[in-house]
Every structure is written in C-alpha cells, then in structure tokens.
Design a protein around this ligand. Structure first.
Ligand code: FPP
Length: 248
C-alpha cells in the first residue's frame, strides 16, 4: 500500500497582507487606521510563524506601484514603517529574529534608510526566523536587477553567456540566500501575485483567503498551514513518483 506524500511544514512563507483599507472602511474609519491595525496583525503573524518553526517569513509591505497611492497615504505608510521599526526592533531582537528589508531603498528618506540599517545590523547575527520586509519591492525590478548584474559580469569577462543558468541568475536576486517560498498567502480576497516574488514563486503553493489582513489571526494562520499540509508537492513529477510507502 502507498500513501500520498504530503507537504511537510513550510520553511519559507511569503504573505501579501491585503485588506487594511477595506477593513477600516467597513468601520467608517480612515485607511490609516486599517494600516495601524495591520501592524498588529503583522506582529501576531511573526510570532505565530516563528513559534511554528518557520525559518523565513517574507512580507509584502509596500510595492513599487504603491507610490501611486494618494500622497497622504504614502507618507502615512512611511511614518508607520519608521515607528514600527523603532518600536519593535528590540522585541524581535530579544526573540532572536533577524530583520531584513528587500527592495529599492533609493526613494526612502535618509531617516528611514538609517533606521532600516540599524534594525538590520542589530539583528543580523540572530539565528531565529528571518523576517524579510519587502518595501518598494517589485518582482520585475528584482529580475531586471539580476539581469543587469549578469550583463555586467559578462561585459567584464567574468563569465560566459553560455554558462548562465537558472542558479546563476537567481544568485542576483534579493532572496538569493533563502530557499524559495513553500507557501504564498494572500489575504483580502484578491487572487493575484501583484508583482511579488515572480521568479521565486515557481513551485510555491498558493493560498488565498477572504479574511482582511487586520483580521488574520492565529486561527486563520493555522488554516493556511493545514491547507498547505494537505497539498501534494510534485515539482514537475507525477503523483505516483512522489508517493511514498508508509513506514511499517
Ligand atoms: C494592503 O492593504 C496593505 C498595504 C499596502 C500596507 C501593508 C502594511 C502593513 C500591514 C503594515 C506592515 C508594517 C510593517 C512594519 C511590515 P490595502 O491598503 O491595499 O487594503 P485594501 O485592498 O483594502 O485597500
């Protein structure tokens, strides 16, 4: 008798935290209130997944396209990132977690860049879960960056075009030192990737839920993990190939 091989615990989870604005609107409150509640949900999520043994958690906090939102919402979000880092870096450090920012920092204020660096440096030697915060990040930006790096190396005679393979290409991406995400979660009811980790999601399991981000609690997180564990990950193989015999 054989049994299906089920996905084990995810080692890397990535999340599109969607629905803050709608959560606030339903309560006749400004969107900024929803984002503040979103930070609380983010804190719960970090704690839950770190305790569950997840090694990498990548959170989409601000996309390259989010600059197109109204000016006051953008400045409110920047202020919220700043305050959240000031407030929670020590707490995350005490829990042994590592904070990293991925994305293009060029458009951030000097003050925010300094705070980001301070949070990263303080936590860089921690061995607990790595929390990657994707801010001014876009999957296309990431891929273009990697292509530029390879082009430069070819131009400098460091590598030959014929030697470029997927592994070498991926080494120029921002998450080059992490395994690709096992599980992608998007809250808020939309079912799209929105220019998140385009390359890295090649074999990731997708989980969409209607719950708005501020309502994403431990029960919802466990539902996502449970669903992931029911999936059969085949990585291009057939179901029969990945089925395993039960232990006697
Ligand atoms: C999407 O909801 C959410 C954002 C663009 C901001 C996400 C940021 C946070 C949750 C704060 C996290 C903070 C840190 C420090 C990581 P939306 O505004 O698109 O909601 P809507 O779809 O209902 O309008």
């Amino acid at each position: 008798m054989t049994t299906q091989s089920k996905a084990s615990s995810p080692s890397h989870i990535c999340v599109i935290m969607d629905g803050n604005g709608r959560w606030a609107k339903k309560r006749l409150m400004p969107r900024s209130f929803g984002h503040r509640k979103g930070v609380e949900a983010t804190r719960r999520c970090v704690e839950f997944f770190a305790t569950a043994g997840v090694k990498y958690l990548t959170l989409f906090a601000f996309s390259s396209e989010n600059w197109n939102r109204p000016d006051d919402e953008v400045s409110n979000l920047m202020e919220l990132f700043m305050r959240s880092l000031q407030r929670y870096t020590d707490e995350l450090h005490d829990q042994g977690l590592r904070i990293r920012f991925i994305g293009d920092r060029d458009q951030f204020s000097d003050k925010l860049c300094q705070q980001i660096e301070q949070s990263e440096v303080k936590t860089e030697n921690n061995r607990g879960m790595t929390v990657n915060i994707a801010a001014n990040y876009g999957g296309q930006w990431d891929i273009v960056n990697a292509a530029r790096q390879l082009a430069t190396r070819v131009q400098e005679g460091d590598i030959n075009i014929a030697d470029i393979d997927a592994q070498q290409f991926a080494s120029g991406l921002v998450l080059d030192d992490a395994p690709n995400p096992d599980l992608f979660i998007r809250t808020g009811g939309e079912q799209r990737i929105s220019n998140f980790l385009l390359w890295q999601l090649a074999y990731t399991e997708f989980y969409f839920c209607d719950c708005l981000w501020p309502d994403f609690d431990e029960r919802e997180m466990q539902l996502a993990i449970d669903e992931f564990q029911r999936r059969q990950r085949r990585f291009g193989k057939t179901g029969e190939q990945v089925e395993v015999a039960p232990e006697c």
